[in-house]
Design a protein around this ligand. Structure first.
Ligand SMILES: N[C@@H](CCC(=O)N[C@@H](CS)C(=O)NCC(=O)O)C(=O)O
Length: 301
């Protein structure tokens, strides 16, 4: 152990703002709004406030799957919440998610708006509202919900544990990386053994369990998260890769992963989604032009 990894906790923890790390500028030990900021509101029944992280993408995939299946009541406006700029701490966002994390949904289709936060809860809410992607037969339903909640409980070890210490922490701590690498490999093996015997997480039908697990564990199996693919030897998980590849081909998945995306090639980014036509090339060209235009602060005199 080096000196920098030896830490004797004081009797009382205090907030050291300068502790570094990728998200040090937005992490706080207190909840609540930091600024007054209303949320924009569009015309569709569903208003989504999100960003295309694995947790955000679960919901945009579900909404696009619903539309693909003909549920026009699932039309939605997707508004971008830039978490690295602290927009999750605006008063409007906090009023629909007191936990200040994307994704958050407002269902304005009834007399009274319904707020829904936590990606698993949003998937379940939408599945129940539209009566799809969640089996009704009790044993199948239990299996689907078990995998949905497995994902909600497991992914923090992948993201907040392995991803944080392997990719984001300002120092590499062998103990922490070992602990979470071991756990993520165990989780990947859980999925691999299950998917060796099943086409989808709950059997023959694609459900919200697949939509929840795919952005995290499909991404990991394809080496797309934290540049940790080689380190974790993810090519071993052949059944997860087969399942991930099949899901990636779905038209709704291809659209859903573009929504609220602000990274990667420009033609994969759709910062806001208000209409099915937003996916067309004209919009992509506009986005490209907007991205290439000088930012106001950098404009030449
Ligand atoms: N359990 C939550 C986790 C949501 C979450 O962690 N969101 C992250 C982005 S993936 C976020 O908003 N982070 C902002 C912050 O921590 O301030 C869910 O699944 O909805």
């Amino acid at each position: 152990m080096t000196e920098s990894t030896i830490y004797t906790p004081p009797t009382v923890w205090t907030w050291n703002k300068a502790n570094g790390g990728r998200f040090a500028n937005i992490n706080r030990p207190i909840a609540g709004a930091t600024q007054e900021q209303d949320l924009p509101r569009g015309h569709h029944p569903l208003q989504l406030y999100s960003l295309a992280t694995p947790n955000g993408v679960k919901v945009t995939i579900m909404l696009e799957e619903l539309l693909e299946a003909g549920h026009t009541g699932a039309e939605y406006d997707a508004w971008l919440i830039r978490i690295n700029e602290g927009q999750q701490f605006g008063s409007g966002f906090v009023s629909i998610n007191p936990n200040s994390k994307i994704p958050a949904l407002l269902d304005c289709s009834g007399a009274k708006s319904v707020r829904v936060f936590e990606s698993g809860s949003i998937l379940m809410y939408l599945a129940e509202k539209f009566g799809v992607f969640l089996p009704t037969e009790p044993a199948q339903r239990a299996e689907c919900l078990s995998w949905l909640f497995w994902q909600m409980g497991s992914a923090p070890y992948l993201g907040g544990g392995f991803g944080h210490f392997y990719a984001y922490a300002p120092i590499k701590i062998e103990y922490a990386i070992d602990r979470f690498a071991m756990e993520v490999k165990r989780q990947m093996d859980v999925l691999n053994q299950h998917l060796a015997k099943h086409r989808y997480m709950t059997g023959d039908d694609y459900t919200i369990a697949d939509m929840a697990i795919w952005p995290w564990y499909g991404g990991m199996a394809k080496g797309q998260l934290y540049e940790g693919g080689e380190f974790l030897q993810v090519q071993e998980y052949t059944h997860v890769i087969r399942w991930a590849d099949e899901i990636a081909q779905r038209p709704a998945v291809r659209r859903g992963r573009m929504v609220n995306r602000v990274m990667g090639p420009l033609n994969t980014q759709l910062h806001e989604r208000h209409d099915a036509g937003d996916f067309d090339t004209q919009t992509q060209d506009k986005l490209q032009a907007a991205a290439e235009a000088p930012a106001p602060g950098n404009a030449q005199p």
